[in-house]
Design a protein around this ligand. Structure first.
Ligand SMILES: O=C(O)c1ccccc1NCC(=O)[C@H](O)[C@H](O)COP(=O)(O)O
Length: 211
């Protein structure tokens, strides 16, 4: 069954619903410019609603050690997601410093981007295969932008991976069928407006993704 990550959660009720509906991962965004951003204190409160067995993922963009330490002091994260320009050396350093598994996001727009997945698979524990943001995009992720999923057909990596970028309740089953992704990640595709999650969309996304 496909693993599902619901990213950018900000409401306790949405965290609880995602877990009940079968999400394996819930994501909290620690990137102040995002409409989905939470503070460490917000995330600490949200984490109380995450049942055992559901992994708590902290999303960071080029974090320095201070922000990692600040968050980890109060939020019991299970996985660090890196969504910036962290190179493999920095990924390895963050993994060593935090002692947590790292999920590295790699932006894809064409076949020339696929090599990075191999590079990062040598240091990251999980890969997030996402759409590359359009030039000048306000955010490095969470833009609701899809890429050509056929680029991934027949590809295999050393690490478990999740497909992301522009997934919705309507297209996720087809995306999984085409790519054979073992996991999927969504944010804007389950929102009524940027940063505002929708319960019905969360539920129908998880149902559609898990088949
Ligand atoms: O969601 C954000 O605001 C965000 C900000 C900065 C970096 C990454 C961000 N989001 C990434 C994700 O939520 C997901 O991992 C993934 O890219 C799916 O996004 P979407 O296309 O909106 O479903």
């Amino acid at each position: 069954m496909t693993d599902v990550k619901i990213c950018g959660l900000r409401e306790p009720a949405h965290v609880a619903l995602a877990a009940e509906a079968g999400a394996r991962y819930v994501g909290f965004v620690f990137f102040p410019r995002s409409p989905r951003a939470v503070t460490p204190a917000d995330a600490a409160a949200l984490s109380l609603h995450v049942p055992v067995g559901v992994a708590q993922v902290g999303l960071f963009v080029d974090p320095d050690d201070a922000i990692l330490d600040e968050v980890l002091a109060v939020v019991p994260l299970d996985i660090i997601q890196l969504h910036g320009h962290e190179d493999p050396v920095r990924v390895a350093a963050i993994k060593a410093r935090t002692g947590l598994p790292v999920m590295k996001a790699v932006g894809i727009s064409g076949p020339e981007d696929l090599g990075q997945l191999t590079d990062y698979s040598l240091v990251a524990d999980l890969l997030l295969v996402d759409a590359k943001p359009a030039p000048g995009a306000a955010l490095p992720g969470g833009n609701g932008l899809a890429f050509d999923w056929r680029l991934l057909q027949g590809r295999r990596w050393l690490r478990p991976w999740l497909l992301a970028g522009g997934l919705t309740p309507d297209n996720v089953a087809e995306a999984v069928r085409l790519t054979r992704a073992p996991g999927v990640d969504v944010s804007s595709g389950v929102e009524a407006a940027p940063g505002v999650k929708d319960k019905d969309l969360i539920r129908s996304f998880i149902t559609a993704a898990r088949g």
